[in-house]
Design a binder for this molecule. Sequence first.
Ligand SMILES: [Zn+2]
Length: 125
Amino acid sequence: MNKCPECGGSLVGRSDRKFCCDDCRNSYHNKKNRIENGELRRVNRILKSNYIILKELSTKRSITKSGRIRCNIATLLSRGFNFKYFTCIELDNGKNPKYLCYNIQYTICKNDCVIIYQIIDNGNN
Ligand SMILES: [Zn+2]
């Protein structure tokens, strides 16, 4: 006989029954959602923090004629940038991959240099 995944009680009645009662079903799903939302929030916080760091650098630093901002990995790390997290990666044969953090693109070059590309303007500014 199957057991209720929430309280471990025996399941009686229909064979496709998953929980012993509505309270157990609700409690089980609430817990599951809380864990999933917690993980989403954790990753979203990192991405948002990365975004703010990139955005601050792109507005404070002088932008080169080509519309790029140069800084080094240490600068980003000192501000708490987490290189493990990004929203998209663009692989281009033989070239350094381009990372996206939302609408800000950056590339990591061999000499520990990070090139941040101007924010892709969506026409709202
Ligand atoms: Zn139960």
